[in-house]
Structures are given as structure tokens and as C-alpha cells.
Design a protein around this ligand. Structure first.
Ligand SMILES: Cc1ncc(COP(=O)(O)O)c(C=O)c1O
Length: 442
């Protein structure tokens, strides 16, 4: 241990192998958060930093919500665990009922998981099982999109479109990709949805022509790509994709792990865009990040198609030990109650004009080549340094943390998605910090 570690009473950092982290770089200069309240984290050296990322796109109601903590602790003392296979407990039915009320029309059958990755793999399996039940078992191809992120399961990386998540691993045969929608030439600095590019959805026709629609089970996209650096869909793109999927009997899956639970100003992106998928994956904001949980919403017709065979047949051979864990259900129900009481599932609609203006105000900062936003999501893309892509993004993230703001970075793109309780003044404060940091980056 060095002097700083001693002074801060740091834990030994060696044993923990950190996920999606440059471990050696981190451990040479750790960034440890020790508490959080509202829109602020506190760092190990006692500084308050504004949370510009809602943790990891998940703490939509802000940190330290006592109602959630109380609900979880009471639940653990009442019923800590109930088997999820062939047994259950009342809370999970209540939660599914509440979620079904929030969901887009028809998507009222809910399967529980423990993460976004599990939700994605579950949704892909539901799609395959559905086609098989309908006598179309040859529909096995799964189509994602370049730059898509669907978690880290083998299903998710197969349909995912971020090369670093794929190149070291095997991917599923039959996974294909639509082209991405990024087009800085036509759309840089768009406010909200870019105007150009709806025709990119026609890429599905290319895959249909190549493989035959009758071999394709599902298309999965994030309504707004998050991890690739906040990519709102061009106006008309999702509508066109919906049309093509319907035309070809292909299921459309929206991965709403980030966009779900109010991020855009409606409970789900499906409602925001007025485009209803057949299946929707969620996690993150479902429990305000306080407890691991995911939920897959399937259209009732998809669910019903699987409810056949003898009464004692298990209709869908899939599930997790912790599907619908009682404490997770308690956390989710308490979270939904906060969202309802505080109007947080629609608050982004009121806040987003302030948000949009504040982020686009940074257009003239050094190195900025694009700014994108939708709802309470935004990204600032910086020009990469020659032969050192990603270093500007990393330095901006570290600089911002030192200056009092936690932001996400992927490559040279800074991404923002604050808790939905953020105030206009705090939005100004966040971007003032980012402005000052960008001014210092070489
Ligand atoms: C759209 C999307 N899908 C899936 C995931 C994976 O979620 P998890 O990390 O909970 O497995 C994420 C995580 O950021 C995501 O953004």
C-alpha cells in the first residue's frame, strides 16, 4: 500500500477482477465511491460528485431511497427466498400485474430475470420457442444491429454489434446484423432524433433477400442505442422496422434496458415512439439499481402460443434460481411506487428541453465533433487523438470526476443519463463542469 491508500484506509485491490475495466490502470489510480444520496455520490476522499450517469443508467429515482431499502429489508425478514420453479410467492404476481399495467398495449406477460443480459437471452429464447410452437421451427436466425449492445451472454454478444465484446469469443451461428444508423455527415449535432436515415431500416430487406424471411426469428434493437454512445433513431426508422418485421412475420424485440422506466419521458421507449415491439427487455431502472433484477415483457399472443400440450407440461424450459426473487420484487414495487408518486416516468418530457439546450451549448468546446440527445440521454463525441483513440474520452471522464461530476465514456464519447430527479440548476452545474474539463484536454 502507498501513502494515499493508507491515509484513505483503502481495501486491498488485488483480488477483485473488475468487469469492463482497465484493471491495471484503475488499480494504479482507483476511483472509489463510498456513499450516495439524491443526485450525488461521495468519493473516498470525501468529495461530493454529481451523478451524470444514474450510476450505470439505472438509478432513475436518485440514490439512497429509504422506501426501497425498507421494503427490501422487511421482505428479507419475512420471506427471504422462495423457489422459483414449480413454487412461487405472492409478491412476484403483484409485480408482474403492476408492470403489465405500465407496458405498451398487449405486452402484458412478464418473465423475470436478474440482469439485462439475462433479459436479452431470455427474449431471444422466447422468440425461438414461439416460432417453434407455431410450426415454424426453421426460423432460427437472430438479427441485431451494428453498434448494438445487448449485454454479455452468448446470445447478447451474438446479436450485439460492438466488436470488442465479440472478437475474443464464439458467437451463435445464424446471428446477423443490420447496418448502424450513425451518419455524422448528414446528422451531426442533431437535436433529438436525426432527420436523415429512416431508410437504414430497409437493410432488413437485404437480409430477408439473402436468407429468406422464413429463416428469421427476430430482430433486436435498442430503441436508442446507449452503450455505443447514445444514438437516437432517425425519424421514421423504428416505424419502418416495425412495418418490415410485421410484413415478414419476424418478431421485433426492443431492448429497453436503458430506455425503460422513464428515460425518454414515457414509461418505455415503445410508448415514446409510438412503436410497439413484440417483446421488450428491461432491467436497471426496474429496481432503481438497488437490487439486481430484469423483466422481459412478451405480447400475450406469444405467451399464449406457448401454453399448449398437456396441463403438466413445462411450456418454456428456461428460468433462473433468482427469477422473481422476493427481495427484488419488493425493491421493484417500492421503486414503481416512487416513480408513480413523483411522476418520474414522465418527468424527462418536461426536463428534456433544458437538458437539450444545456448539452448543445457545449458545441463549441474543443474537440467536439458531435452532440446527440433524446429524453434524458445525451452524448458528446470528441475527435480521437491520432493513434490513441479513447484517450481523450478517458481523460475527460477522470477530469470530470476530479472536478465534481461522474460521467460515462465509451471510446471518445462521453455519455450522460442523470437520475430523473435532477433539477435544471444541477443540469447547468453538470455541463459547466464538463465544459471546464473539455477546455483543459489537449
Ligand atoms: C441495452 C442493454 N441491454 C443489455 C444490457 C446488459 O445489462 P446487464 O449489464 O444488467 O446484464 C445493457 C447494459 O448496459 C444495455 O444497455
Amino acid at each position: 500500500m502507498n501513502d494515499i491508500s493508507d491515509r484513505l484506509n483503502r481495501p486491498d485491490l488485488d483480488a477483485f477482477w473488475m468487469p469492463f475495466t482497465a484493471n491495471r490502470q484503475f488499480k494504479a489510480d482507483p476511483r472509489l465511491l463510498v456513499s450516495a444520496k439524491g443526485v450525488h455520490y461521495r468519493t473516498e476522499d470525501g468529495r461530493e460528485v454529481i451523478d451524470g450517469a444514474a450510476g450505470l443508467w439505472c438509478v432513475n429515482a436518485g440514490h439512497g431511497r429509504a422506501e426501497i431499502a425498507t421494503a427490501v429489508s422487511q421482505q428479507l425478514l419475512t420471506l427471504d427466498y422462495a423457489p422459483s420453479f414449480q413454487m412461487s410467492h405472492p409478491l412476484v404476481f403483484d409485480l408482474a400485474t403492476e408492470l403489465a399495467k405500465l407496458a405498451p398495449a398487449g405486452l402484458d406477460r412478464v418473465f423475470f430475470t436478474n440482469s439485462g443480459s439475462e433479459s436479452v437471452d431470455t427474449a431471444l429464447k422466447i422468440a425461438l420457442a414461439y416460432h417453434r410452437a407455431k410450426g415454424q421451427g426453421q426460423r432460427t436466425r437472430l438479427i441485431g444491429r451494428e453498434k448494438g449492445y445487448h449485454g454479455v451472454g452468448f446470445g447478447g454478444i451474438s446479436v450485439g454489434g460492438l466488436v470488442n465484446n465479440r472478437r475474443a469469443f464464439l458467437t451463435l451461428p445464424g446471428a446477423e446484423h443490420l447496418g448502424h444508423t450513425v451518419d455524422l455527415g448528414r446528422n451531426a449535432f442533431s437535436k433529438g432524433q436525426p432527420l436523415q436515415g429512416a431508410e437504414r431500416a430497409d437493410d432488413l430487406e437485404r437480409l430477408v433477400a439473402l436468407h429468406g424471411a422464413e429463416t428469421i426469428a427476430a430482430v433486436i434493437v435498442e430503441p436508442v442505442a446507449g452503450s455505443a454512445g447514445v444514438l437516437p433513431p432517425p425519424v421514421g426508422y423504428l416505424e419502418r422496422l416495425r412495418e418490415l418485421c410485421t410484413k415478414h412475420g419476424i418478431l421485433l424485440i426492443f431492448d429497453e434496458v436503458i430506455t425503460g422506466f422513464g428515460r425518454l419521458g414515457a414509461p418505455f421507449a415503445a410508448q415514446y415512439f409510438g412503436v410497439t415491439p413484440d417483446i421488450m427487455t428491461t432491467a436497471k431502472g426496474l429496481t432503481n439499481g438497488a437490487f439486481p433484477m430484469g423483466a422481459v415483457f412478451a405480447h400475450r399472443d406469444i405467451h399464449d402460443a406457448l401454453m399448449h400440450g398437456p396441463q403438466n407440461a413445462i411450456e418454456f424450459f428456461h428460468g433462473y434460481t433468482y427469477s422473481g426473487h422476493p427481495a427484488a420484487c419488493a425493491a421493484a414495487l417500492a421503486t414503481l411506487e416512487i416513480y408513480r408518486r413523483e411522476g418520474l416516468l414522465t418527468r424527462a418530457a418536461e426536463l428534456s428541453p433544458v437538458w437539450e439546450a444545456a448539452v448543445h451549448d457545449l458545441r463549441d468546446c474543443p474537440h467536439v465533433i458531435d452532440i446527440r440527445n433524446l429524453g434524458m440521454m445525451a452524448a458528446i463525441e470528441l475527435a480521437p487523438r491520432h493513434e490513441a483513440a479513447g484517450t481523450r474520452g478517458y481523460e475527460a471522464m477522470v477530469g470530470a470526476l476530479k472536478a465534481g461530476a461522474m460521467v460515462r465514456f465509451t471510446g471518445d464519447t462521453l455519455a450522460f443519463s442523470p437520475p430523473l430527479i435532477i433539477t435544471p440548476e444541477q443540469i447547468e452545474e453538470l455541463f459547466a463542469i464538463v465544459r471546464s474539463v473539455l477546455a483543459q484536454i489537449a
